[in-house]
Each structure stands twice: as structure tokens, then as C-alpha cells.
Design a protein around this ligand. Structure first.
Ligand code: SIN
Length: 319
């Protein structure tokens, strides 16, 4: 059977345009549809090889504005397509700013069985489509190469010829084309002239049980906030948050190996007694908290950075 690769558009700089082709920063994201983007890519059909393709615009946003409504529909559409026997894989075009959050979210909510067989590849661009030298077309071609590779499965991210897992990918640079990194884990693969050179096998799905996708229909999603510990941090921010009964969880971007300013920590203990779930993550760019023999008052995020720890806690509260 001829299998399809499905392209789902969500907006981002890859779909952005500027008034001047020489302007790589003063653009508006999410202006072109995914169909238009694909049409402008030379040799796409060649890269697709035996696969037909289908393009669908799921949402159209600057990814800084990504929210529950967009995530819900994206997860539903991906799950729908992955479940079709004639769909080989799914490529999602996305803004770079919250790509790591969407990738992690998808890796936690999509069917583990489907992700064990098929790949969902997120890709993006640091320059708008109108740029003199846009990076989006090459990133899409690289994503197609990854999606078409026999080794690919699960949720992956592809940018600047580098393949990252949903768990480890993080944006580390606001401007460079090679804006993503996988921290200590390192990348999964490189894409070189359309060939994928795998360094590691794609990781298995994180959690044992399938997330009940229907739970995403609930409105609103649990409110989990992120606060940071820093020199001079005070407990007032925690008390202000807890004054809002909707706040169910707080992730602390803690210093170093999970330490928290004493004033903040005292306020967090009070919040915990009031029923707010507290998780500590490290604000360090690389590595996660290395737990000692005693766990301490607040559980740590098992290596997840604050933004992903927040998603994990939110999903736990939802499921
Ligand atoms: C966005 O994240 O949608 C805008 C920035 C980008 O894609 O690089």
C-alpha cells in the first residue's frame, strides 16, 4: 500500500514573513499555510520517495501563544492520522519558541502503541519563509528524511540537521540556526544530504500507561505555575499564587542541584500543606537534580527541566 506522510501546520517562524527579505528578526510568525510552505520546497517529492503526502493546517500561531486549545486539537489530529493504516508518519511544522514543550506534551499523551510503530517529527525554522536564505525548507526536507527512516519512532524534533528526542530537546539560542540541543543526552542522529546517521535508538515512551486522550477535553486544564529561586527570592510570589484557588501545582526552577531560597522554601511548605503540589526542577541548563538518600520535602522532576516538569505535573493532575 502506498503510505502517506501527513504534514500538520501550526504556524511559527517557518511560516512567517517580513516586509524585507533581508530582515530575519522583524517578521510576523504564522502567516503562510503549510500547503504553501510545502509547495515552495524544491525536491520535496524526491525526498518523499514512495510516500504520497497530505497537508493540513491544524492551528496558525506564533508558538509563544501556544495553549491548551491548540495542544488539544493538535494531539487529536495526530492521533487520528497515526491510527490510519495508510499513514506512515506525521511531520509537524511548529514555532521554535515552545517546540520542546509541544514535543514533550505529545510524547506523553499520544498512544504508546502507535508511537512505538510510527514517528511524529516536529520541525521549525529560525528565519522566516520570506528570508533571503530561509532555513525552513531544509529543515522540512531533513524532517522528511527522518520520518521516512526505518529507525524513526516516537516524537522527535529536527532542526539544523540534528535530531532530538522529545524528552531532551531544548531551545538554547534565540538567534542561531542551530538553536536546539539535547543537553547531556546528546542528539539522536544527524541528517546528512538526506541520509540519517543514527547515533542512538529512539527512546521508548516515557510513561507506562496510555494517557486518556479524552481527559484533554476538560476545561480548564489544571493550573500549574513555574517560579524561580534566585538570590533575594521571597515567599510573597507563592502566597500570591496560592490566593488563587485554581492553582493546583507549582514547579520551582531551583538553584543548582535543587536548592531553594529559604524564604521561598518556607512559603512552598505552607502551600504544600494547603494541598498545592510542589515539584522541584533545576534551573541549570544541563543535567537534572541528582537526588540524595533522602528525597527532601518536595519531589524532584526526574531530570525534566522546569517547563517539561510543569507539563508532566499538569498531565498527572488531569489523568
Ligand atoms: C514561534 O515560536 O512561533 C516564533 C519563533 C520561531 O519560530 O522561531
Amino acid at each position: 500500500m502506498l503510505k502517506k506522510m501527513v504534514f500538520l501546520g501550526t504556524g511559527g517562524t517557518i511560516a512567517g514573513t517580513a516586509a524585507e527579505a533581508s530582515d530575519n528578526v522583524g517578521y510576523t510568525a504564522a502567516q503562510l499555510g503549510v500547503g504553501q510552505l510545502l509547495q515552495a520546497i524544491p525536491r520535496l517529492q524526491q525526498a518523499l520517495g514512495p510516500h504520497a503526502f497530505l497537508a493540513e493546517q491544524v492551528v496558525q500561531v506564533d508558538s509563544k501563544d501556544m495553549g491548551w486549545a491548540q495542544w488539544r486539537v493538535l494531539a487529536q489530529r495526530i492521533q487520528y492520522h497515526l491510527a490510519q493504516p495508510d499513514v506512515h508518519s506525521v511531520v509537524v511544522t511548529h514555532g521554535t519558541d515552545t517546540l520542546e514543550e509541544t514535543a514533550f506534551f505529545l510524547s506523553r499523551v499520544l498512544s504508546k502503541k502507535l508511537l512505538a510503530q510510527k514517528a511524529v517529527v516536529l520541525t521549525c525554522a529560525m528565519r522566516p519563509a520570506s528570508s533571503l536564505a530561509p532555513d525552513g525548507p531544509q529543515n522540512v526536507l531533513d524532517a522528511v528524511a527522518v520520518a521516512g527512516s526505518a529507525e524513526a519512532r516516537g516524537v522527535l524534533a529536527v532542526c539544523a540537521g540534528t535530531v532530538h528526542s522529545a524528552r531532551d530537546v531544548q531551545k538554547i539560542h534565540p538567534y542561531r540556526l542551530n538553536a536546539f540541543d539535547s543537553g547531556d543526552a546528546g542528539p539522536l542522529a544527524y541528517v546528512e544530504e538526506g541520509r540519517v546517521r543514527w547515533l542512538h535508538a529512539c527512546p521508548d515512551a516515557d510513561a507506562a500507561a496510555d494517557f486518556p486522550l479524552k481527559a484533554l477535553a476538560k476545561d480548564p486544564w489544571p493550573r500549574v505555575e513555574i517560579i524561580t529561586s534566585y538570590a533575594g527570592a521571597a515567599g510573597a510570589i507563592v502566597r500570591a499564587l496560592c490566593a488563587d484557588a485554581a492553582v493546583q501545582g507549582i514547579v520551582v526552577a531551583a538553584t543548582g542541584n535543587g536548592t531553594i531560597h529559604q524564604d521561598l522554601e518556607a512559603a512552598l511548605r505552607v502551600a504544600q500543606v494547603q494541598g498545592v503540589r510542589i515539584v522541584r526542577a533545576s534551573r541549570c541548563a544541563y543535567g537534572g537534580i541528582v537526588a540524595g538518600v533522602a528525597e527532601g520535602d518536595f519531589p524532584h522532576s526526574k531530570g525534566l527541566p522546569p517547563v517539561k516538569a510543569r507539563i508532566a505535573l499538569m498531565l498527572e493532575l488531569m489523568a
